[in-house]
Design a protein around this ligand. Structure first.
Ligand SMILES: [Zn+2]
Length: 527
């Protein structure tokens, strides 16, 4: 997932972007741009005070990544042959092997790191049927629906209940709906088309779930936010534990029809919701960690990461297979430069991201003693839309260094860095530890239209943009690792307290249930 992003605006299109051929080979104008980079290599450094050159690095990375590369075939195998990979499933275990094989083929050292996933979850045969009034049961009585991830199972036979339309689920609407006990609630949604829409898709449910649970509702039906019957799955449980109340997403058109018949037959529409989800566990899960050791300060580390897990209605191509492939390709390209960075670069494929960034939290916990020497974390998790810059996780002190590092690629337009901070991807627990984090800001492109949906497949990935994004991500990781001075310091708890307030991250954490852990020091830098 990636829940929020900066706004995006029109961008200057660099010569390399406009001229890249479909085959990913260098065109003549790319070669020109490359030779310009090579000739400026001695002047454009990764930082103000050292001779190390990010322009030189860019000039080496570009032909490797834009030339013949295994990245696209790697991605095709992950998505078409392994497919959707929910954390805790056999497909996820295969994806871990895919990641290990990918790093090995790139000539990069690799290992996996275990952690415990609280439960495993598989959808059963979800079925939503109108059972009353009788006049509605003659045809099209079965509505298209899928269980939300990590929803509790409804025991065999399902639950029969009246449907109560609670509109958008606001306090006012919920109060107007009257007694919710035993009812199945139908919550309306707007069609999502922007980053703020997606953010709201996650920020709205916690209050509704709390109220529904308190009032003893039987289940919640979320009207789909995507048109043309497109089904998608995510979870509102962000701890890896089973959610408090059964929930399903109903295909938008079916949900709207249900709302209309409820309005026309007040108090009389009953449905049967069958949702025999399989819940097991706990189980061991793995993050995959590739590594290129630094030659000067090997105990100082920079992470380039993306999550490898996905939902499984589609094959997790935009979210986030393409960026898992990007991380492996960046490792291959940096390895092939033939020059080691000053600091160690770790290339991490996280699991458990879709269940609440559980894998990256596990990494932070198991590497707690190294966090003082973790110099930066770069995360990519928004499909294959063009990079517009990086989200700096609520700080501005890291911006100057990042600009120096990416200067050789300024013409590519990834220069709109933003000082926002939000929950939503694997930088979260690093940010809360005071580590400089950099999450790629990307054009929304086709990300939201296919978000967590059956349609998130290999064919949706823009291969050209993915390669260009790979160059930028690789250069960012290289530059943070190779510049003389760290790109930013580790923030103290007091500085983080102020960052959390100033960015509104406090309100997000309260809504999503993380606030007490943050306050007590169970999550984030200890007070
Ligand atoms: Zn994602």
């Amino acid at each position: 997932m990636r829940l929020g992003c900066c706004g995006t605006t029109g961008l200057v299109i660099g010569v390399l972007i406009s001229a890249t051929s479909a085959r990913g080979q260098l065109t003549s104008s790319e070669t020109d741009a490359l030779s310009k980079l090579q000739s400026s290599a001695n002047t454009a450094a990764c930082s103000a005070s050292d001779a190390s050159s990010c322009a030189q690095a860019a000039a080496k990375l570009i032909p490797v990544i834009l030339g013949d590369s295994p990245m696209i075939e790697n991605l095709r195998k992950l998505t078409d042959e392994i497919g959707g990979r929910v954390t805790g499933t056999a497909a996820m275990a295969k994806a871990v092997q895919w990641g290990i094989a990918g790093f090995r083929a790139a000539g990069v050292d690799v290992h996996s790191e275990d952690y415990s996933l609280p439960v495993t979850w598989n959808e059963g045969a979800t079925r939503l049927t109108i059972i009353a009034p009788a006049s509605l049961t003659l045809s099209n009585a079965t509505l298209r629906a899928v269980s939300e991830g990590w929803s509790p199972a409804i025991p065999h036979g399902g639950v029969d209940a009246n449907v109560t339309d609670v509109g958008d689920g606001s306090e006012v609407e919920l109060s107007r709906a009257g007694n919710l006990k035993g009812a199945i609630l139908l919550v309306h949604s707007e069609i999502g088309s922007s980053w703020p829409d997606l953010f709201n898709e996650y920020m709205r449910p916690p209050g509704i779930i709390a109220r529904a649970t308190k009032d003893g509702a039987a289940a919640i039906l979320w009207m789909g936010a995507r048109e043309r019957l497109l089904l998608y799955r995510h979870t509102n449980s962000l701890t890896g534990e089973i959610d408090r109340i059964p929930q399903a997403v109903v295909a938008r058109e079916d949900g709207m029809r249900l709302a209309r018949v409820v309005a026309a037959n007040p108090g009389k529409v009953r449905v049967r919701l069958e949702m025999p989800n399989q819940v097991n566990g706990p189980t061991e899960q793995e993050n995959v960690v590739g590594e290129i050791r630094g030659y000067e300060k090997p105990d100082e580390v920079v992470i380039l990461g993306a999550h490898l897990d996905s939902w499984e209605l589609g094959t997790g191509a935009l979210d986030n297979g393409c960026n898992a492939a990007l991380v492996i390709e960046a490792a291959r390209a940096i390895k092939s430069m033939g020059t080691l960075p000053k600091r160690t670069i770790r290339f991490v494929l996280f699991s458990g991201e879709e269940q609440g960034t559980i894998g990256s939290l596990a990494y932070v916990k198991s590497h707690a003693s190294e966090l003082d020497k973790l110099r930066g974390v770069v995360i990519v998790d928004s499909g294959s839309g063009r990079f517009t810059g990086f989200s700096l996780g609520g700080r501005s002190d890291t911006e100057a260094g990042l600009r120096q590092i990416l200067k050789p690629l300024d013409a590519w337009g990834a220069t709109q860095h933003t000082a926002d901070a939000s929950f939503g991807t694997d930088n979260f627990d690093f940010l809360l530890q005071g580590i400089p984090t950099f999450v790629a800001n990307q054009e929304i492109s086709n990300y939201l239209a296919n978000y967590h949906a059956a349609s998130d497949t290999f064919d949706k990935v823009d291969q050209r943009e993915l390669k260009l994004n790979t160059v930028i991500a690789a250069l960012a990781a290289w530059g943070i690792a190779d510049r003389t001075e760290p790109v930013g310091k580790r923030l103290t708890r007091a500085e983080l307290d102020s960052l959390v307030r100033q960015t509104g991250l406090d309100e997000q954490m309260k809504l999503l249930g993380y606030w007490e852990q943050w306050q007590s020091g169970a999550r984030g830098r200890k007070p």
